[in-house]
Design a protein around this ligand. Structure first.
Ligand code: NAD
Length: 257
């Protein structure tokens, strides 16, 4: 098992869903954790702290570069800097492109794409100084293929994969790596909302869930946050140290079609 004891991981958007699952995997492997995200953090702090590492929470709204800078400064001050950066915070909005609300476009680009640029540029100098680091971006299958109604999300996630490649090249001769993980459907609040929207049209909720999977994900099973956490641990391990600039899909066969 990968030991990350002595390492500090910052996971954005980790009060829920995939981010929380990844934070729990990193904490189990011995890392100190800085959680980030909205809502009451006390329960998730306790859940992550049960593994014995030091745990903090920073409430930065990652749509604001100044708040990201505050968060990185907090990690440097209280934890000695970020060793593992997991850029995970993200939101979704579904509408046709010619009806897409402009303010939704702006916030999806800010949260799902620009925040990855800001947290990465602010964390890299510390990683380089320590001679080790991992930047892991939670992109999506929608970083590699499109779907109707998701203009901002698909554009942002394609951007994350492009940024991942550039950071991987700029760090290629160091012990800092940068990769993207591209999940298919994972049953989190972000996806539950899309199931609820389908059910609101009168379809049985179980049927709505089945239809959502059947349209895209051949396994007809959701990917789980712990499965994504295990991949993060692999990318943090010595065995993963030459995986650089990858966009690694975990998608029940979605992209094989
Ligand atoms: P979620 O809604 O369960 O969790 C999102 C997290 O981000 C929460 O902790 C929330 O508080 C936080 N967040 C939202 N806006 C924020 C902001 N402005 N500043 C700081 N934190 C903010 O969603 P999820 O499904 O766990 O998604 C996590 C990531 O995984 C996203 O980037 C998403 O695009 C990606 N993803 C999800 C799926 C899926 O099927 N659920 C598939 C592929 C990729």
């Amino acid at each position: 098992m990968t030991t990350l004891s002595g390492k500090t991981a910052l996971v954005t958007g980790s009060t829920s869903g995939i981010g929380l699952g990844i934070a729990l995997s990193l904490a189990k492997a011995g890392a100190n954790l800085i959680l980030n995200g909205f809502g009451d953090a006390s329960k998730v702090i306790a859940e992550v702290a049960q593994y014995g590492g030091k745990v903090g929470h920073h409430p930065a709204d990652v749509s604001d570069p100044a708040q990201i800078a505050d968060m990185i400064a907090y990690v440097e001050r209280e934890f000695g800097g970020v060793d593992i950066l997991v850029n995970n915070a993200g939101i979704q909005h579904v509408a046709p492109v010619d009806e897409f609300p402009v303010e939704r476009w702006d916030s999806i680009i800010a949260i799902n794409l620009s925040s990855v640029f800001h947290s990465t540029r602010l964390s890299l100098p510390g990683m380089r100084a320590k001679g080790w680091g991992r930047v892991i971006n939670i992109a999506s299958v929608h970083g590699l293929v499109g779907s109707t109604g998701k203009a901002a999300y698909v554009a942002a996630k394609h951007g994350v994969i492009g940024l991942t490649k550039v950071v991987a090249l700029e760090t290629a001769t160091s012990n800092v790596t940068c990769n993207a993980i591209c999940p298919g459907w994972v049953l989190t609040p972000l996806v539950q909302k899309q199931i609820d929207d389908r059910a609101a049209t009168g379809i049985d909720p179980q049927q709505a869930q089945h239809d959502l999977l059947a349209e895209k994900q051949p396994s007809l099973e959701f990917v789980t946050p712990p499965q994504l956490g295990e991949l993060v641990l692999f990318l943090c391990s010595e065995a993963g140290s030459q995986v650089r600039g990858a966009a690694w899909n975990v998608d029940g066969g979605w992209l094989a079609q």
